[in-house]
Design a protein around this ligand. Structure first.
Ligand SMILES: Cc1cc2nc3c(=O)[nH]c(=O)nc-3n(C[C@H](O)[C@H](O)[C@H](O)COP(=O)(O)OP(=O)(O)OC[C@H]3O[C@@H](n4cnc5c(N)ncnc54)[C@H](O)[C@@H]3O)c2cc1C
Length: 475
């Protein structure tokens, strides 16, 4: 006998669990099916564990660097990597338990098992106890994505790792090769470099974090180089050869630069190049759901797939692969199912960034994109070196850049490189969603002393009205 639900959600990651909670809150009898872990990649080996490690590495490194500068000498810090890993796991457990509690508290039925459509109206779930059949009115596919390896770099998650093995810090390697200078490669590269690993980054493109404003990336690369990270650009990774035994195990990575093959050897290799969707083995063909050439699920503004009453959200729908995007899509899909007339995924502000040191956070149009879009932008820049709180916190590196339409003063984008940039960007997201003018942020009183005063000053600078910097831009 099949269990019948109004809404069936496949996947318990940030997209799926949020969609299930929202659907239940909107009065729908909802089931959420997850095969491995509540909270998905984000909570188990993505956003949260990586940020736990970023925090720990920061504390470790501060105690030998910035702390000494301030006259605080607590002695040489020692790292117990097993304890660090256990602490990180504790953070993960706390957060995943919280998700399970929220699902339960919102009366979402939770089924642990591998789900696959058997028709446009039914799903079979393979659970430990056997097969379960679920009938649904509407289904939301939130199956996420997984890291792609390169030919010759099969993941064993110990010596050759994806991010999944990358966030396991039970032992800290003396040497590490990272393939890919994208956000994940550089976030984890920062962690390992701060914990004492000798890191080499091999990148196919001529710059780190391709696609990001090079102005924002420069301070991050500078900092990583200061931490001893070596970058090899325009380099194509070709293969990995495991060698040695026991504690002497290493991996030799070969790569090609300017037609010449070179090698680098390290204890651990992290491949952080790209993701592929988990859309195989979900029976999507049986439900009539079409995929694009790369296996992602195309959706419209209402997050509907081509198949009636089947929706898709999060990483399995393609870029940008971000937890906050998946969560927003989850809420929207539930609202559409519940019949909310205006519900659509039509966000103006989709922030993105990196939790490197300094952090990068960006929302809206960059100066170059604004020009491409036909604007004549005003650009205001404010450096954290002139912000009292930043200097007092040892965070004087970086700046805020505000991009503003010269004609209307509408704020087009804000881009930050600096400590806590990803917290500061929230104000700009609200401003962009409201269609605010740079004048609105320039007129708004910000708490002193805070780093967020720099957002206010960057908007003032764009208008030629900065107080704590010399004005270069004239409105
Ligand atoms: C190291 C790292 C750091 C990251 N940091 C950030 C960050 O700082 N900020 C940010 O926004 N994003 C970050 N991300 C990306 C973020 O983790 C993803 O965008 C997010 O998890 C996507 O959510 P999702 O629900 O779409 O998919 P997922 O989190 O992948 O969840 C999908 C779930 O579906 C389950 N599933 C799949 N198939 C089936 C099936 N057939 N039956 C049942 N269950 C199934 C999976 O087990 C999984 O739990 C990071 C990722 C990594 C790897």
């Amino acid at each position: 006998m099949a269990d019948k639900y109004e809404v069936a959600v496949i996947g318990g990651g940030p997209g799926g669990y949020v969609a299930a909670i929202k659907a239940a809150q909107l009065g729908k009898k909802t089931v959420c099916i997850e095969r491995e872990y509540w909270g998905g990649v984000c909570l188990n080996w993505g956003c949260i564990p990586s940020k736990a490690l970023i925090h720990a590495a920061h504390v470790f490194e501060e105690s030998t660097g910035h702390a000494l500068e301030m006259g605080i000498d607590g002695g040489k810090p020692k790292l117990d990597s097993k304890k660090l890993n256990a602490w990180k796991e504790g953070v993960v457990q706390k957060m995943t338990a919280g998700v399970a509690q929220l699902l339960k508290g919102n009366k979402v039925a939770m089924v642990m098992g591998q789900a696959a459509f058997t028709s446009p109206k039914t799903i079979d779930v393979t659970t430990k106890e056997g097969k379960k059949t679920i009938e649904f009115d509407d289904a939301i596919v939130a199956v996420g994505a997984r890291p792609i390896s390169l030919p010759g770099f099969e993941f064993d998650e110990v010596q050759i790792c994806s991010a999944r093995g990358g966030v396991n810090v039970e032992t800290i390697p003396k040497t590490m090769t990272i393939i890919g200078a994208g956000v994940i490669g550089l976030e984890l590269g920062t962690v390992y470099a701060k914990l004492g690993t000798d890191v080499t980054v091999i990148e196919f493109m001529p710059q780190a974090m391709t696609g990001m404003d090079a102005d924002l990336v420069r301070p991050v690369q500078r900092r990583l180089e200061k931490l001893g990270v070596k970058f090899v650009f325009n380099a194509k990774a070709k293969g990995a050869k495991k060698q040695g035994t026991g504690t002497g195990k290493t991996v030799e990575v070969s790569y090609e630069v300017d037609g010449k093959t070179q090698t680098t050897t390290a204890e651990k290799v992290l491949v952080a190049v790209s993701f592929r969707p988990n859309t195989e083995n979900v029976g999507l063909d049986k439900a009539g759901v079409k995929l694009d050439a790369k296996g992602f699920i195309p959706v419209n503004e209402k997050l509907q797939t081509n198949a009636a009453r089947i929706y898709a959200i999060g990483d399995c729908t393609g870029s940008p692969l971000l937890a906050h995007r998946a969560m927003k899509q989850g809420e929207v899909a539930a609202e559409v199912i519940a019949g909310h007339k205006g519900a659509a995924y039509d966000v103006v502000a989709m922030p993105g960034g990196a939790f490197t040191d300094p952090e990068i956070a960006t929302v809206g149009l960059t100066e170059a994109k604004a020009k491409e879009a036909g604007y004549d932008p005003l650009v205001g820049k404010f450096f954290f070196g002139a912000n009292g709180r930043a200097v007092a916190s040892g965070a004087g590196e970086g700046f805020v850049k505000a991009v503003v339409d010269r004609k209307t003063h509408v704020l087009l984008g804000v881009h930050i490189v600096g400590q806590n940039a990803n917290d500061m960007i929230a104000e700009a997201c609200v401003a962009l969603e409201l269609g605010a003018l740079a004048d609105d942020l320039a007129m708004t009183v910000h708490v002193h002393p805070t780093m967020s005063e720099s957002v206010h000053e960057a908007c003032k600078a764009a208008l030629g009205e900065a107080i704590h910097a010399l004005n270069r831009s004239a409105a």
